[in-house]
Design a protein around this ligand. Structure first.
Ligand SMILES: Cc1ncc(COP(=O)(O)O)c(C=O)c1O
Length: 425
């Protein structure tokens, strides 16, 4: 009933409505499970597009939002401020102490737009026109125009190619378990970067990357040392660096931030969203240093960053984010992340032994593999089978991945992987 009504009036994201199955009506969620209108449960192995951290409908976050809603639901964020935004900014700067300022937006794509605009105007405010941006092949940074431009090679944007900013794409050394060509690929990728910087560093505003894992284009993983070298080299020649941790932030790769693996070489900008509110409400931030911030100061408004959204720093979203951060401490979430990462490592090994599995890879709580020689019909069948059997897994082409909420239990994981191995074998 509801699904039919939905089909009459709703246009869903990333959906070819001509061929898509009717959407599943979810009426409740708890812990790692979504529950549909018939009471059927789905283990949410992809954390509802990578946003959920502590489990669905966590009462502590729900309560914090309800209390905040009765005090202050929203206020415009230019000329006004409020305690939840201030407290959250202070928390974020504790999590990421290399940064000094927090700029709020309301989704991952806009956090990226802000970083790109800040980088461009940083140079402009100092009399330099640097119009070039650099990204890695296969990167995905969101669906607004600037984000699409730096994610042009993600495979999602063909209709818009003619409208996008010019961006240079450099090779990305994707790797996996038992990959014996990783050193070679990394050396070649660094060489390409060096060549680019030699010729174009002066005119380049910034380079952007998803540290450790390129998500939406297929969960391509790289070693921390590659990203560390990119940051170091770019900094030496004065090219700004932007880390898109929209997927990887808040523990997904095993530590709070993927950039925590870079031996202290934090990029100039850090973009966070998705998990920031524990998966309850839309919110995003772009963090930068005082060096960037100060380039926007002056007596003229022309030097300011003219960017903002109606719901910037929404108090309910900030309250949810603060509650999520409390839960990290109360529930010892980092230790849960550690346990989940170990379980994922175990299953990565088990999956590597399955004949149709290739390029199995794992980074913290994220596990991914490719299905060898599966044709589109087989992939479609797999997609339907998992959902029919109560697993929310949404493959990216031939790439199957899991990115579970941190409350998932070893037994829930085991039962899911046993089913997955059965369906693909
Ligand atoms: C790495 C990365 N950057 C940016 C985005 C865009 O975020 P949003 O969908 O909130 O706009 C995503 C979304 O999947 C992402 O994974």
């Amino acid at each position: 009933m509801l699904a039919t009504k939905d089909q009459h009036c709703i246009w869903h994201p990333f959906t070819q409505h001509y061929t898509a199955d009717a959407p599943i009506v979810i009426t409740q969620a708890r812990g790692a499970y979504l529950v549909d209108e018939n009471g059927k449960e789905y283990l949410d192995l992809i954390s509802s597009w990578w946003v959920n951290l502590h489990g669905h409908a966590h009462p502590y976050i729900a309560k914090a939002i309800a209390e905040q809603a009765q005090r202050l639901e929203h206020v415009m964020f230019a000329g006004f401020t409020h305690e939840p935004a201030i407290n959250l900014a202070e928390c974020l700067l504790q999590i990421a102490p290399s940064y000094d300022k927090v700029f709020y937006t309301d989704n991952g794509s806009t956090a990226i737009e802000v970083a790109l605009k800040m980088a461009y105007q940083f140079w402009l405010n100092q009399g330099q026109k640097r119009a070039k941006f650099v990204a890695f092949t296969g990167a995905y940074h969101g669906d607004t125009f600037g984000a699409m431009a730096v994610g042009k090679t993600s495979g999602y944007y063909d209709p818009f190619f003619d409208l996008l900013l010019e961006v240079t794409f450099l090779p990305y050394p994707a790797t996996w378990i038992n990959d014996d060509s990783v050193d070679e690929k990394e050396a070649a990728a660094i060489q390409s970067l060096e060549r680019y910087l030699e010729d174009h560093a002066q005119g380049t505003a910034a380079i952007i990357f998803e540290p450790l894992i390129q998500g939406a284009s297929g969960m391509h993983m790289c070693r921390p040392r590659f990203i560390e070298t990119v940051v170091k080299r770019c900094r030496q020649v004065g090219v700004l660096t932007i880390a898109d941790e929209i997927m990887t932030g808040f523990g997904r790769t095993g530590q709070m931030l993927a950039c925590d693996t870079l031996n202290g070489h934090y990029p100039d900008f850090l973009c966070l969203s998705k998990g920031i509110t524990g998966g309850f409400l839309p919110l995003a931030v772009t963090l930068c240093t005082n060096q960037i911030y100060e380039a926007f100061l002056g007596t003229s408004y022309a030097k300011a960053l003219t960017h903002g959204h109606s719901y910037t720093a929404n108090p309910l979203a900030c309250a949810a984010a603060l509650a999520s951060w409390d839960l990290f401490k109360q529930e010892q979430t980092l230790s849960k992340i550690n346990t989940l990462s170990q379980a994922q490592a175990h299953w990565a090994e088990a999956l590597s032994a399955v004949p149709c599995v290739e390029k199995c890879r794992q980074q913290g709580t994220i596990l991914a593999f490719n299905l060898r020689n599966f044709n589109p019909e087989q992939l479609q069948k797999f997609k339907r089978t998992v959902i029919e059997n109560g697993l929310n897994i949404r493959p990216l082409g031939a790439t199957v991945y899991t990115l579970p909420p941190y409350c998932v239990t070893p037994e829930q994981l085991r039962s899911a992987y046993v089913k997955v191995i059965d369906y693909i074998s």
